[in-house]
Write a protein that binds this ligand. Sequence first.
Ligand SMILES: [Cu+2]
Length: 221
Amino acid sequence: MKFFPENASSYGSDVDFIFWLITGVITVASIIVIFLILYPILTKNKTRTREERYKKGIGFKELKLIYLGIFLLAVADFYFLYQEGPIWSSIEESLPEKDLHVIVMGRQWLWEFTYPGPDGKLYTDDDVKSINQLYIPVNKTVHMDIQSYDVLHSVFIPNARFKQDALPGRNITRWVKMTKTGKFPLTCAEICGIGHANMKATITVLSEKDFEKQLAKLYKK
Ligand SMILES: [Cu+2]
């Protein structure tokens, strides 16, 4: 059974690992908690002694199971932090050397992508743009300057397990490295007005050669 869209990025499987780790642990914890609630209700309620009915939860002896629960919860939390810390820091707090640098600009209601012009530099006069269509080369590190023209938007690339809000007035640089060629959706994940649902772009991941060709086409326009 497939729960997620196909993973097509270098760090997607790490994100999925955290998801399944946390889901697995909390599923076991939930089953235990539900059992602890239902078991006395379903079995013992009528047969409990008068004393048992009026336990007030005073002292370690009566609370030891609650302390155990809190302890296990803390252990699980620290274990999650231990596992996810290095993964999040490599995805969100570090920027590996770039092969391509683009601007991803959200506006009501489309995505505008800007590539460096023939000079190879972004933010110069020869930059070129494409609307709702992002072309990137496969297996290359792409830096994305995520920006907004107007309101809050959010860049969501399900196949890359990537999501980043776009904030007006701020530039947020994030990176992605797609490991498969093909077309993948890039959508807006922040309700940004009546046309929010129209903010659906396509990422076309191309071989290096095809990407150069595509870029040359954009230069000619
Ligand atoms: Cu939007």
